[in-house]
Design a protein around this ligand. Structure first.
Ligand SMILES: Cc1cc2nc3c(=O)[nH]c(=O)nc-3n(C[C@H](O)[C@H](O)[C@H](O)COP(=O)(O)O)c2cc1C
Length: 157
């Protein structure tokens, strides 16, 4: 079965986990990228992110570079933005027909996963959704033990 790891990452945390997963399971990997650029100033980004999440904003994305429909199993990674997946991931979720696919979500965050798991389940209607991997970082430092991440990856193989 063809496997794909798709992720969005602003600061690199989600990218580092996505790359590890893709390497460990031998999957293809693709990055979700927004056409507009987000501000580098963290405080400005955090308040802009709040407005975007609360208004349901869906940013325009660059083409992914792979055809998601060719994959049966998809690992989908996001940073948590205001207790849910990032707006870029919302755009991606809306762009795919999820029927018949199996999706394993993971979310990096600073300790407040919020309603990300149930939001994924709602957005992935028609798909089989595996248990979410919750990866905590303190800024750039991984807090969740690697053994927890490896155990979750082990179940994907
Ligand atoms: C706009 C914004 C909102 C955030 N909201 C949350 C949140 O609700 N809960 C949380 O634990 N962390 C939150 N964070 C922290 C990020 O989820 C965390 O740093 C994540 O690992 C960043 O991933 P990245 O480096 O791949 O972008 C937020 C960060 C940003 C920029």
């Amino acid at each position: 079965m063809k496997k794909l790891v798709v992720y969005y990452s602003f600061g690199g945390n989600t990218r580092s986990i996505a790359r590890k997963i893709a390497k460990d399971i031998g999957a293809d990997i693709a990055e979700i990228r927004t056409i507009k650029t987000y501000p580098d100033d963290y405080d400005v980004l955090v308040s802009l992110g709040k407005r975007e999440v609360e208004s349901g904003y869906v940013p325009q994305l660059y083409a992914l570079g792979v055809n998601v429909q060719e994959y049966d199993e998809i690992v989908l990674g996001t940073p948590v933005w205001w207790y849910t997946y990032a707006p870029a991931v919302k755009s991606f979720l809306k762009s795919v027909d999820w029927k018949g696919k199996t999706v394993y979500p993971f979310a990096t965050n600073g300790g407040w996963l919020g309603h990300t798991p149930s939001d994924f389940k709602k957005a992935l209607r028609g798909a089989t959704v595996g248990p979410i991997l919750n990866v905590k970082f303190e800024e750039k430092t991984l807090v969740t033990p690697m053994s927890v991440i490896d155990a979750w990856i082990g179940d994907l193989k």
